[in-house]
Design a protein around this ligand. Sequence first.
Ligand code: FMN
Length: 205
Amino acid sequence: MRIDFDPAEMPRREFYKLLTATVVPRPIAWVSTVSEDGTANLAPHSFFNIASVAPPVVQFSSVGRKDTLLNIEATGQFVVNFASEGLFEQINDTATDFPHGVSEFEAAGIDSEPSLRVKPLRVAASPVALECEVHSTVGIGDSVIVFGRVVHAAVSQDVLVDGHPEISRLKPLARLGRDEWGTVGEVRELPRIRHADWQGPASDR
Ligand SMILES: Cc1cc2nc3c(=O)[nH]c(=O)nc-3n(C[C@H](O)[C@H](O)[C@H](O)COP(=O)(O)O)c2cc1C
């Protein structure tokens, strides 16, 4: 038996809680930007994914018009910093609603470093930085999806094995429902099956 939920009949927040508890686990883009007057900004966004391969484009959604979005609209640039386990509480600190003009780098005591191709700073302790130029934005209801063309990726050599980012070294954090966060559990490998090699459904093999 299933229980039915109709978004049209539910308070916005209740359906949001259902969506964010069931679209899980979500990767976290720790997005750094800079305002026109030079204030550095940093905030986590878990409505985040790859949008396109060629050109390489990532996307995240701002629910409402937050400083991150305002800075991106003003400057056209942002950096996605990888959210790893060791940065758990620092990432959460940067989700505090500090007033406009306060830098989360300073308020949360997070060390920065310059980016190579864009103006926003990178998080020094984050193992991967994707430096982005805005490709486009799409408004949907109360949210704005930001698409960013990745113009440079800076990856710490500590997380690379034979030139490839290794999951056991990256140790990503994920966003779950409520105030829950997750880490990676068991990692399994399973190659995709070509049609030429198909031997029937898994349940019959
Ligand atoms: C793990 C995590 C994920 C979040 N994901 C999003 C998101 O996808 N979109 C969003 O608008 N806010 C999200 N937030 C809330 C913002 O980080 C928060 O509103 C922040 O203060 C925005 O900062 P800003 O005004 O400096 O941009 C998230 C918060 C946390 C802790």
